[in-house]
Design a protein. Structure first.
Length: 703
């Protein structure tokens, strides 16, 4: 047998401690490995759980914001909160049940239902109702009542996992919110601030109407034009829009002399004022030096001679002789057959007046545009016309001497009338001041004629009226105005337009500027292409979604409305430059969409650029630089020589009727249901994230 090998005693003593140390090290390493693995697993789970919470939270916010407009429509509490944030400081609650898409995603990620819990509130914070701006060193309020800028806060807690082991995290997000008023009734604007939406009251609003009317190239054809016409109509006769034609300002000392006129045609004879009472001038007045002294002296001399011849058989009473000036009113514009029915002498007076004044404003005898509807018979519209707008009709004036009571013998009176009266029974032709001066200095004109016209001019100046055969533009554009209504200054916007002032100081029509406050503008795009590249435009249906006030910055490029573009929603498209409408621009849903305002700040609106089209929108071309004394900017709506067909309203510095089509009925129809109604706001829930706060495994969020 072999003998077993055994280590020496000294070596055995060394190996045992080494083995023990090795076992200890291995045990330590194993324990550390086990601990670190568990710890890593726990850390990974925490990160995984928190990341899941973040994903679910972001999904919840995205879903709520994507559907917030529908929620506002269907949730009265939320609608009240947006309309009046101060009414509910505690906010409107929401839960996972209100977010079906997020709930489905959470169930998929967590492996079943019931493993996610979410509840929170929506509030509106940091609300600024005044939006004070510094304009030219002046602090101005820029909002209408209940318009504001603020933030919408979504604050909620989110728990994940089984109910007995659920951990909760808290989240807070804040986004911009802006609220602008697009429509209100006049009664709803009293003492409520900036009245941008007052322009909805008008079907036609022309700020510089008087200057355009008097322009040397227009000569009254902006409202009276044989070649072009414009029909003002309304979709609902119970909700009409007003008409404003700006003339003199309220503080203008010459405001009664600044007016525009509408020629009265034969269909509008119901407008004509009653013929004024005869102007009777007694004998004692006729004898005065500024009346007819020569005629009265000659007549008295003849009466004395006649008394001597009568030898007391006839009593003469010259003090009963009187002069009578009579005026008769007729329409100014009629059909050819209508004019042929006029007596020759009246037609001769008419032709004489206009023949020598052809091509001037006062020589305009053209057809009026249809402010009173297609048939010129909407009498109620007369009460909705503002500005110094007057009717213009033809008047025939006659001057005659009345000898019917010169004696107490009727046969003698008749004989005197036949012998002398015809010389003093004349149709009064029109003479201007310069023409009258020439007449008075002419040797070929009889003294009696000179005195007659001197008397006529005296009473014209005294009574501020017209006593010659001529067009009469002194009466307001309303049915049967009274004689005392002559030379009125017109009607100014009522209620007045209120601009950007803290104290609510009113401004007149010349410096009122709509949609100027930039703090309530919702979106801003560099140019049209950027707008059409945005999510608001659907190229497949050629539809633009509106909500709020959208600004196009590039003045040189302006804004282009694509041909046959439709819009949904409501809002304002505001451009610093021109707005070019290529063709049709209509509502996607006629019953639900609108109003839509196209407003150029400093340019023009050019419609029908490629083809004549129907426009269902407000066309606003009121220049920011407009100056009523001249030298400022003017903006217009140009219809490119094609048919104007607008359903909405038109507001511009000048009408530019000459840019519309000839030979067709251009129309401007007030969209009554869209523009005339109760308060209507649009709310923009902006895309900019203002605040984001996340607290994972928040002890304060636990039930």
């Amino acid at each position: 047998m072999r003998q077993a090998l055994t280590p020496p005693p000294g070596r055995r003593a060394f190996i045992l401690p080494f083995v023990l140390v090795l076992i200890t090290v291995l045990a330590t390493l194993g324990t550390w490995y086990l601990f670190s693995t568990v710890q890593s697993k726990n850390i990974f789970y925490v990160f995984y759980r928190d990341d899941l919470a973040r994903l679910v939270a972001e999904s919840a916010i995205a879903e709520y914001r994507a559907t917030i407009h529908d929620r506002v429509k269907n949730n009265q509490a939320l609608a009240n909160l947006i309309a009046n944030p101060a009414s509910n400081n505690r906010g409107v609650p929401f839960s996972l049940a209100d977010l079906p898409s997020t709930s489905a995603m959470a169930n998929s990620l967590l492996g079943g239902s019931g493993r996610c819990e979410l509840d929170g509130t929506v509030t509106v914070r940091h609300v600024d109702y005044d939006l004070i701006e510094e304009i030219g060193g002046t602090r101005k309020r820029s909002t209408f009542d209940r318009e504001y800028q603020g933030t919408v806060r979504f604050q909620f807690r989110l728990g994940l996992g089984p109910s007995d082991k659920r951990r909760f995290s808290s989240f807070l997000y804040e986004f911009d919110v802006k609220r602008a008023c697009l429509r209100s009734l006049p009664s709803q604007r009293v003492n409520r601030g900036y009245t941008t939406n007052a322009l909805n009251d008008y079907v036609l609003y022309i700020r510089d109407a008087y200057q355009e009317f008097q322009d040397i190239n227009v000569k009254g054809k902006s409202l009276n034009n044989d070649d072009r016409t414009l029909i003002i109509d309304h979709t609902n006769s119970g909700k009409r829009g007003k008409i404003f034609l700006g003339c003199g300002r309220e503080n203008d000392p010459d405001k009664t002399q600044k007016y525009v006129f509408v020629n009265v045609n034969e269909k509008m004879d119901w407008l004509l004022p009653d013929n004024p009472p005869d102007l009777v001038i007694p004998w004692t007045t006729l004898k005065q030096a500024d009346h007819m002294p020569k005629f009265t002296q000659e007549l008295e001399a003849k009466i004395q001679e006649a008394e001597q011849q009568a030898q007391g058989q006839v009593n003469f009473t010259p003090e009963k002789v009187k002069a009578i000036i009579s005026v008769e009113h007729k329409p100014l514009v009629g059909t050819q057959g209508w004019w042929q029915n006029l007596v020759a002498r009246v037609k001769a007076l008419f032709d004489r007046f206009f023949r020598i004044r052809e091509g001037t404003t006062i020589g305009n005898k053209e057809k009026p545009i249809h402010l009173l509807g297609p048939q010129d018979n909407d009498q109620s519209m007369c009460n909705l016309i503002e500005g110094n707008v007057r009717q213009r009709f033809w008047q025939t004036a006659t001057f005659r001497m009345d000898f019917s009571e010169i004696t107490d013998n009727a046969q003698v009176n008749q004989a005197i009338t036949q012998q002398v009266g015809d010389k003093f029974n004349i149709d009064v032709q029109y003479y201007s001041d310069s023409e009258l001066n020439m007449l008075q200095n002419s040797a070929s004109i009889s003294d009696s004629t000179k005195e007659i016209y001197k008397v006529i001019r005296f009473y014209e100046n005294r009574d501020k009226t017209l006593l010659m055969s001529m067009p009469n533009p002194l009466y307001p554009f309303k049915p049967k105005p009274a004689y005392a209504d002559r030379n009125l200054p017109g009607v100014y916007p009522d209620p007045p337009l209120v601009g950007r002032t803290i104290g609510g100081t009113t401004v007149d029509f010349t410096n009122f500027l709509p949609f100027a406050p930039f703090l309530v503008r919702s979106y801003r795009f560099v140019n049209s292409q950027e707008l059409y590249n945005s999510p608001f435009y659907d190229a497949d249906t050629n539809t633009l979604t509106l909500n709020g006030i959208v600004m196009i910055e590039n003045e040189a490029e302006g804004l282009t409305i694509k041909q046959d573009l439709k819009y949904s929603g409501r809002g304002v498209l505001l451009s610093y430059g021109d707005i070019r409408i290529e063709g049709n621009f209509t509502k996607a849903d006629p019953a639900a969409d609108g109003p839509c305002m196209l407003y150029t700040y400093r340019g023009n609106i050019i419609a029908n650029v490629k083809a004549p089209g129907k426009i269902e929108a407000s066309l606003i071309a009121l220049n920011y630089r407009y100056n009523p004394t001249g030298g400022g900017g003017l903006s217009i709506v140009n219809f490119s020589g094609r048919k104007a067909q607008v359903k909405g309203n038109l507001l511009a510095d000048r009408l530019q009727l000459g840019t519309m089509a000839t030979g067709v009925e251009n129309s401007l129809t007030y969209d009554s249901e869209t523009l005339n109604g109760d308060l209507l706001y649009c709310t923009t829930f902006g895309g900019r994230l203002r605040t984001a706060r996340m607290t994972f495994d928040d002890p304060g969020a636990r039930p």
